[in-house]
Design a protein around this ligand. Structure first.
Ligand code: NAD
Length: 299
């Protein structure tokens, strides 16, 4: 019959992804530690489980969308975890952003249970999750990638095979390394320009038709009022939290350290986001670094 899809981690991203699987006609069994998040899916017809183990007992495919490496380890390998009850042949798709080493480690453990795990982190944000237009960066064998693709296509638009297990996370971590650095770069330059007397919209317009052009300037400008629909203009609400960016930069720093590779700007960017989070801004959108620079250098 039709495969039953398990979904664990129904937060800002996962909630929408699960909803899109239902919209495409799939049957879901879901679990989250947050009752509110579970109820939203139960209202749409999803079956509710009381633990990851109870999901794994029934599901043929399981998608996870959890905050960080520690959550992934516990949901898969912990007591009442997925691997404690998993059926041989189960396809495991982890779309959390975690470190590549943990992704490989958990995939190895899954293989010992005759299950296949692929790392499938995403970009595209909450908007992309809701619209079903996410980009998936997938690590696993070519054959396993083909098995995963039809499910990922229910939640995303660009499904990219990056290479072996772990390389999806490598691609994601490197993407966010550029993003964190470019957001700080645009914030620093916008802040300087405005304080030197330039109109922010004019300055952004110059950037976007000149060599400073980049995603952080053109589509996500951190200066309030430059873009009508940016997180900055909404008071840095409802986007990609500084704490998550800090986590991702930490993954880049750790990965670089593990192979002895220098990361000059990545380390600086990580330090700045650590500071921004320590100042209580971790829950606000990561473009809040503009406001931080602006306010902390006022006379
Ligand atoms: P979130 O905090 O909104 O959602 C995480 C969900 O996991 C929550 O519902 C939480 O209750 C649940 N959870 C935590 N521990 C659990 C456990 N042990 N068992 C079951 N459920 C548990 O986070 P999010 O914004 O949805 O992000 C999830 C992942 O996606 C992160 O790794 C993040 O870096 C990545 N990501 C986020 C965005 C974004 O824009 N928000 C974009 C791309 C990637």
């Amino acid at each position: 019959g039709k495969p039953l899809i398990g979904f664990i981690g129904l937060g800002n991203m996962g909630g929408h992804q699960a909803m899109n699987l239902i919209k495409k006609g799939h049957n879901l069994v879901v679990f989250d530690v947050s009752k509110d998040n579970v109820n939203r899916l139960a209202d749409k017809g999803a079956k509710v489980a009381q633990s990851p183990a109870e999901v794994a007992k029934q599901a043929d495919v399981i998608v996870t969308m959890l905050p960080a490496s520690a959550h992934v380890k516990s949901v898969y390998c912990g007591e009442n975890g997925i691997l404690s009850t998993i059926k041989p042949g189960t396809l495991l798709l982890d779309s959390s952003t975690i470190d590549p080493a943990t992704a490989r480690e958990v995939a190895d453990k899954a293989a010992q249970h005759k299950a296949t795990m692929l790392d499938c982190p995403v970009s595209g944000g909450v908007g992309g999750a809701e619209a079903g237009t996410l980009t998936f960066m997938v690590g696993g064998s070519a054959g396993d990638f083909e098995k995963a693709k039809p499910y990922l296509e229910c939640m995303g638009k660009n499904i990219v095979h990056c290479g072996d297990v772990g390389t999806g996370q490598v691609a994601k971590v490197c993407n966010n390394l550029v993003l964190g650095i470019s957001m700080i770069g645009v914030s620093e330059a916008m802040n300087l320009g405005v304080k030197l007397g330039m109109d922010p919209k004019k300055l952004a317009g110059i950037f976007n038709t000149s060599s400073a052009r980049c995603w952080s300037s053109e589509l996500y400008n951190p200066c309030p009022g430059v873009l009508e629909n940016s997180a900055a203009t909404r008071g840095y609400t409802g986007g990609f939290g500084s704490a998550l960016m800090n986590k991702d930069l930490g993954l880049a720093v750790d990965s670089a350290k593990s192979i002895g590779e220098p990361l000059f700007l990545g380390n600086s960017a990580h330090q700045l986001y650590t500071l921004v989070c320590a100042k209580g801004e971790g829950h606000r959108d990561f473009s809040v670094v503009y406001e931080y620079l602006q306010k902390n250098n006022q006379d």
